[in-house]
Design a protein around this ligand. Structure first.
Ligand SMILES: Cc1cc2nc3c(=O)[nH]c(=O)nc-3n(C[C@H](O)[C@H](O)[C@H](O)COP(=O)(O)OP(=O)(O)OC[C@H]3O[C@@H](n4cnc5c(N)ncnc54)[C@H](O)[C@@H]3O)c2cc1C
Length: 263
């Protein structure tokens, strides 16, 4: 699928990361033929896998957990087609765990009861804090999380907010907002008693490069911990590159082309 730079295209997409490739797929589906240009030798940007250690052992170089992709409208629209081009996911029911210097560990399972038992064995107060946060996450999913899928500001955002306010109390909404604006440290100390349970939250806070006391750092641990608990963690079978290769193959079928730009 080599680009003809002397051919005319309807649109040029700069960058063959998964967002550029997705954009090309939507354009091509709607009859607008794009050329996707990429400066690197490989497509995918931060969604890429490679033999980093031994021949035959494929590692995800950057992005690994593909839950967000699986829950996206792109996957709703194109999941079958991407599967036809070889995209499969492997999902674990043991999404994450922290290990500590004394040899102990805190493990989160997709099985809520098993997770609660693990936390209760560690500390009753931690188990109660976890349950409280989990309940609040259920509320957040029904009310504010839908805003993630709409343009801001927009009429759809106003509608989503109006629906949220109609179905809940202002106190619960304020509790959601308080959590997502808190720092990772505040989230940990408010809901958990032991340093181990606080660390369980903190590792997801640090994941997005937020310092422990940066406001807003609580958002990612809140969302990631409980969405991973509920959905497990899914990786692209055979490596993250299979996502972008399937996207490229899908838009290639529609006549869109890919070309490498000189650096
Ligand atoms: C280390 C790391 C781990 C991550 N882990 C996860 C994870 O587990 N789960 C998750 O959901 N997300 C994760 N992310 C985030 C996710 O990978 C990114 O949000 C996503 O890859 C962004 O895609 P993109 O297409 O917008 O940009 P990019 O992936 O950055 O792609 C942009 C592409 O455009 C090209 N480009 C830029 N400028 C030009 C130019 N002028 N001409 C030609 N080409 C150009 C670049 O070379 C690149 O290929 C991670 C990110 C990183 C860095």
């Amino acid at each position: 699928m080599t680009a003809q730079f002397d051919t005319r295209y309807d649109a040029v997409v700069i960058g063959a990361g998964h967002n550029g490739l997705t954009c090309a797929l939507y354009l091509a589906t709607n009859g607008i033929q794009p050329l996707v240009v990429e400066r690197n030798a490989t497509i995918g940007g931060a969604v890429r896998s490679a033999e980093l250690t031994e021949p035959g052992f494929i590692h995800d170089v950057y992005s690994t957990n593909q839950n967000l992709f699986l829950q996206s409208s792109v996957y709703d629209d194109y999941g079958d087609e991407l599967a036809a081009h070889g995209l499969e996911f492997s999902t674990t029911e043991k999404p994450f765990c922290n290990v500590f210097p004394d040899g102990s560990a805190l493990r989160i399972y997709s099985d809520t009861d098993r997770t609660n038992e693990e936390l209760r064995n560690h500390s009753v107060a931690d188990a109660e804090g976890w349950q409280e946060l989990h309940d609040q996450f259920g509320h957040f999913q029904r009310t504010l999380l839908p805003l993630y899928e709409v343009s801001l500001p927009s009429a759809s955002a106003v509608r989503a907010m109006a629906t949220a306010l109609h179905n809940t109390s202002i106190d619960k909404i304020l509790a959601d907002i308080r959590i997502v604006l808190s720092s990772t440290r505040e989230l940990g100390t408010e809901y958990f008693e032991t340093p181990e349970a606080r660390a369980l939250m903190a590792c997801w806070g640090m994941h997005l490069d937020f310092g422990p006391d940066v406001s807003g750092g609580g958002m990612f641990p809140f969302v990631e911990s409980f969405s991973d608990l509920e959905a497990g963690v899914s990786v692209a079978t055979g490596g993250a590159s299979s996502i972008v290769e399937a996207l490229q193959a899908s838009f290639g079928m529609l006549g869109a082309r890919f070309g490498r730009t000189p650096r």
